[in-house]
Ligand binder design. Structure first.
Ligand code: NAP
Length: 539
């Protein structure tokens, strides 16, 4: 590593971007359009971010393809045709590859390269970026599009080094796939990822043992194929769809129901929920009665409706009971599923509730729980991520006076609008902590809002002859207080989830994303910009 290099002879660019996933490609497109020199770095071997890394069986997008796409190019909207309402991983990845080629973005991206440090040099008013290849760049703007879920979690159990089964983390899946036919497989984790893996491989493995810590309110997906008529309708409606995603709470095309779940009779509610259920999408979550996340009383009948649906699909009542969530519906990410609960009716599938039968160690042949040893050929870790702040933990980011961003965030991730942190001038974050991207937002919608905001901000600075922007400390605290205040009006902080950091031992209990709505977030960001970047200091 050439860390001794002061940067005096280093390559200089206007912008360094970290990440070539959904947000990173959008940013690169916009920065180049501004006429700036840009260098992107990507740890993966190609573009795609989440869709590059998460190649596990059954990986699919829970956002509908009508709004899980870019709206920045009319040509792109005309050209790309999604095959299904909810695209599989391979298609989402093909889309991002198409975009990279279509707009000649690849030449600006260095793959298989991690940024290991980014230090702000106050005297030169520049960032000094170092990669794991020892390359050093000097840049005015440093933009992180690093993603929300990039740092995999592995259970803290002894014995993995001596265990013979092959371990597979879902976000480090072999590119050639895995042949599970006739194999004994253990899957740890039943989040959105685990559910997709389990329902996809249960039919081919010799035996499948699922280790569940928290059951989920998964709801059935309806995923029709799309044809020429659908494509034409989508093209015609693209502008309206884009506008709608900015008007809704979730950045999807679903409006929350303004009625209270408690203002209707039981039969009316049931009829409404059945109708919403039949849509087979996350509308059953973020298009439901508006108060289900604010009031336990409003939540209860909806939660019971879903539990009834699950119960009806599982033959063995004891297994069904293990699959019953007992926290408020929707206070953790709701996964979509396809035949997941029926898997537990198969003779080759066993469900272990690790709260009753705790995992104690990995053994030479598998996993030992309190009740005995379970032998496997493969152990799939669908155990999730050290979310949002964890993504930053592998980069040594230092601002004014050498202050570390990771240290600053240890107790509370302060970032004004989720975009900038005080003391770190010209460091922009897209999908950073306390932005809405983390929780309730369709990723391209809220990621896109932030990309456009950062682009407008840099354009504004350039036009005004300014070179630096950073938030006032008071503004980021006020924003963090607002984020907490909004979260505390909901049932979310009281439920354990990765949104609250509770899946990582020792992580601060703090809401990682803004829950005030994509629409409200956009209104606030637009207002800040319109009021001459209120809460920011420029120079
Ligand atoms: P996750 O939601 O955090 O789920 C991880 C699972 O592993 C949970 O069931 C967790 O239990 C369990 N787990 C973790 N450590 C464990 C341990 N030591 N012992 C036992 N169990 C353990 O992660 P994910 O499923 O990868 O999903 C993360 C997010 O990615 C989702 O919420 C979603 O936003 C996104 N995602 C989206 C899609 C899609 O669009 N279709 C698909 C997959 C993922 P606890 O719940 O008790 O922590």
């Amino acid at each position: 590593m050439s860390s001794a290099n002061s940067g005096a002879d280093a390559r200089t660019v206007d912008v360094v971007i970290v990440g070539a996933g959904f947000a990173g490609l959008h940013l690169l497109y916009r920065m180049r359009e501004l006429g700036l020199s840009v260098q992107s770095f990507e740890a993966g071997g190609d573009v795609g971010g989440t869709w590059y890394w998460n190649r596990y069986p059954g990986a699919r997008c829970d956002s509908p393809s009508s709004s899980y796409q870019y709206f920045f190019s009319r040509e792109l909207l005309e050209e790309w045709q999604w095959s299904q309402r909810f695209p599989p991983q391979s298609e989402a990845l093909a889309y991002l590859n198409y975009v990279a080629d279509r707009f000649d973005l690849r030449d600006h991206i260095q793959f298989d390269t991690r940024v290991v440090s980014a230090h702000y040099d106050e005297d030169r008013d520049r960032w000094r970026i170092e990669t794991d290849a020892g390359e050093i760049l000097v840049t005015r703007f440093f933009i992180s599009a690093i993603g929300v879920l990039t740092e995999p979690l592995v259970p803290d159990l002894p014995g993995q080094d001596k265990a013979r089964p092959k371990f597979l983390h879902t976000c480090r899946w072999p590119h050639g796939g895995v042949d599970f036919r006739g194999k004994r497989v253990g899957v740890i984790g039943t989040g959105a990822t685990g559910i997709q893996v389990i329902q996809s491989i249960a039919g081919e493995v010799a035996s499948l043992t699922v280790f569940q810590r928290t059951p989920n309110y998964a709801i059935p997906i309806r995923n029709p194929a799309l044809d020429e008529t659908d494509w034409q309708t989508r093209r015609d409606q693209a502008d309206a769809t884009h506008a709608l995603t900015h008007e809704t709470f979730s950045g999807f095309e679903y409006h929350l129901n303004p009625q209270s779940a408690l203002d209707v009779s039981d039969s009316e509610r049931r009829a409404y929920l059945e109708e919403l259920w039949a849509d087979g999408s996350l509308s059953f979550w973020v298009g439901n009665y508006h108060d289900i996340l604010a009031s336990e009383a409003a939540n209860a009948p909806v939660a019971e409706f879903v539990r009834e649906k699950i119960r009806a699909r599982v033959d063995d009542p004891a297994t069904a009971e293990k699959l019953m969530p007992d926290y408020p519906y929707g206070s953790r990410r709701v996964p979509l599923e396809n035949g997941y609960f029926e898997v537990y009716n198969q003779d080759n599938v066993t469900l272990i509730d690790v709260n009753e039968d705790p995992m104690q160690a990995f053994t030479e042949q598998g996993i030992r729980t309190a009740s005995g040893e379970h032998k496997f050929d493969y152990i799939v870790l669908a155990t999730g991520f050290d979310a949002v702040t964890g993504s930053y933990s592998r980069i040594d980011i230092r601002g004014r006076d050498g202050a570390s961003l990771n240290a600053k965030w240890a107790q509370r991730p302060l970032a004004y609008l989720g975009i900038q942190s005080a003391g770190f001038p010209n460091l922009f974050m897209v999908t950073g902590p306390t932005a809405p991207t983390t929780a309730f937002c369709n990723y391209p919608t809220c990621g896109g809002m932030q990309v456009e905001w950062v682009t407008d901000c840099i354009r504004h600075l350039t036009r005004q002859g300014l070179t630096r922007i950073e938030p006032e400390p008071a503004a980021e605290v006020e924003w963090a207080d607002h984020v907490d205040e909004v979260a505390n009006m909901t049932l979310i902080p009281a439920t354990k989830s990765w949104w609250m950091g509770s899946n990582v031992g020792g992580k601060a209990h703090s809401v990682l994303g803004y829950i005030g709505g994509a629409n409200e977030y956009k209104r606030i960001c637009d207002e800040v910009a319109a009021e001459n970047y209120k809460g920011f200091e420029t120079a």
